[in-house]
Write a protein that binds this ligand. Structure first.
Ligand code: NAD
Ligand code: UDP
Ligand code: UDP
Length: 403
């Protein structure tokens, strides 16, 4: 009996031990399960946090890469100018056709250039090769609003220049040329800067004097479709001389004649870009009127050299800048047709109202006082091409002419 009860006690103890062991295993298993669950949740959360950090850091990483790129980016070569010779130059309208070439020249000459443009007809890409350069700044600003910066020279080019562009919003064209010019003269007065106004042969209107010299007062219809531009530029000139006489501001006035070259906007409606685009697309070349009206075209590099030379001269009275090589519009149409080797025909459309009939600059003043004259001749280019009629004119994806 005793033996029997001892055996049962031993068995019970073993069962108890077994149960305790099983309980312990179950407990450890549950603790382990909870632990691994928690670990999974923790890892999941950590992953989420890492993802969030990655998302937040990605734009910063891109910015750093951009910065590194801009530090190593190749800019066109820039001369070194000593502090004494280096000027702070403002170019209004500097993202446009002429302004962007002027920017290139002044940057390459080693100056500090600030371009102010509202991008009405200009494009950022015209000056994008300078963005990030330590001597360059681009400001999106409308000159109709006041501008407070510190500069030594102002090239005031801001204004639409092609007839369809300046006629698109005549009131804005007037504001730009009047209020905009007033603001730039106010700025020039405050900081003691010299201002060069990009005026135009349009101040001569439909001229009764040929070729046009600077003493001619012009023949402008003050209420016609071109008046917003012509009269706007005439008032701008008047303002320059009022600020010169009354406030002692140093002014230079360039009367610019028709200009062409790369970065002219293909759709701005001027005759050179219209004809090239039409010829390339095999569409009719649209001649307004009989085509007997004349123009004389200068290449943009000649103009830019003339502008810089005038700015740095002591000539405060107006100076014509243009190429005196005069042709009828019909001749231009035929030249472009032949250069592009195009089968387009010529289509005569109604004459534009108040279209100047004859235009050719008298450039004796610029020759004598600035020693400047154009060096790029359209005719020689054309004659050379006639001998070898393969065009080196092509159009990039944004329909800009590339010579
Ligand atoms: P464009 O239209 O290519 O350039 C004019 C620039 O001025 C553009 O970048 C435009 O966005 C900017 N602009 C216009 N209104 C502005 C405003 N309110 N504030 C700031 N920026 C403004 O023309 P372009 O052919 O380069 O002409 C430049 C200058 O030269 C103009 O003043 C024009 O009157 C004068 N001009 C040009 C020619 C020519 O044949 N290209 C002939 C005579 C005069
Ligand atoms: N102006 C400007 N920047 C300057 C100084 C003046 O844009 O650094 C503007 C100013 O807002 C004014 C215009 O230029 O509308 C003419 O200035 P001015 O000092 O000749 O005239 P005032 O301010 O006395 O009317
Ligand atoms: N013109 C033309 N066809 C065109 C665009 C212009 O015959 O598609 C004529 C226009 O009537 C003017 C000349 O070409 O007689 C120059 O025009 P543009 O607009 O280039 O400059 P403008 O000298 O008139 O300011």
């Amino acid at each position: 009996m005793m033996r029997m009860s001892c055996l049962i006690t031993v068995i019970n103890r073993r069962i108890m031990k077994l149960l305790v062991a099983l309980g312990l295993i179950a407990y450890i298993a549950s603790v382990w399960g909870t632990y691994t669950n928690m670990r999974m949740i923790q890892e999941h959360n950590e992953l989420k946090i890492e993802q969030r950090i990655d998302e937040a850091v990605a734009p910063l990483r891109e910015k750093i890469q951009d910065l590194e790129l801009s530090l190593t980016q190749k800019y066109p070569p820039v001369k070194f100018l000593s502090e004494k010779d280096r000027k702070r130059i403002l170019i209004t309208g500097g993202a446009g056709f002429v302004g962007s070439h002027l920017t290139d020249k002044l940057m390459m000459d080693g100056h500090e250039v600030t371009v102010v443009d509202n991008f009405f007809t200009g494009r950022k890409r015209n000056v994008e090769h300078w963005i990030g350069h330590e001597n360059f700044e681009l400001i999106n600003h409308d000159v109709v609003e006041p501008l407070y910066i510190e500069v030594d020279q102002i090239y005031h080019l801001a204004s639409p220049a092609s007839p369809p562009n300046y006629m698109y919003n005549p009131i804005k064209t007037l504001k730009t040329n009047t209020i905009g010019t007033l603001n730039m003269l106010g700025l020039a007065k405050r900081v003691g800067a010299r201002l060069l106004l990009a005026s135009t042969s349009e101040v001569y209107g439909d001229p009764e004097v040929h070729p046009q010299n600077e003493d001619y007062w012009g023949h402008v219809n003050p209420i016609g479709p071109r008046a917003c531009y012509d009269e706007g530029k005439r008032v701008a000139e008047t303002m320059c001389y009022a600020y010169m006489k009354q406030e002692g501001v140093e002014v230079r006035v360039a009367r610019i004649f028709n200009t062409f070259g790369p970065r002219m906007h293909m759709n701005d409606g001027r005759v050179v870009s219209n004809f090239i685009l039409q010829a390339l697309q095999g569409e009719p070349l649209t001649v307004y009127g009989s085509g007997s009206q004349t123009r004389a075209f200068q290449y943009v590099s000649d103009l830019v050299n003339g502008l810089v030379s005038l700015m740095n001269s002591n000539i405060s009275s107006p100076v014509n800048l243009g190429n005196p090589e005069e042709h009828t519009i019909l001749e231009f149409a035929q030249m472009i047709k032949s250069l592009v080797v195009s089968r387009s025909h010529i289509q005569f459309l109604p004459e534009a109202q108040d279209d100047p009939q004859r235009r050719r600059p008298d450039i004796r003043k610029a020759k004598m006082l600035l020693g400047w004259e154009p060096v790029v001749s359209i005719t020689s280019h054309y004659t050379a091409k006639k001998k070898n009629p393969m065009p080196d004119v092509n159009v990039d994806s944004d329909l800009k002419v590339v010579w």
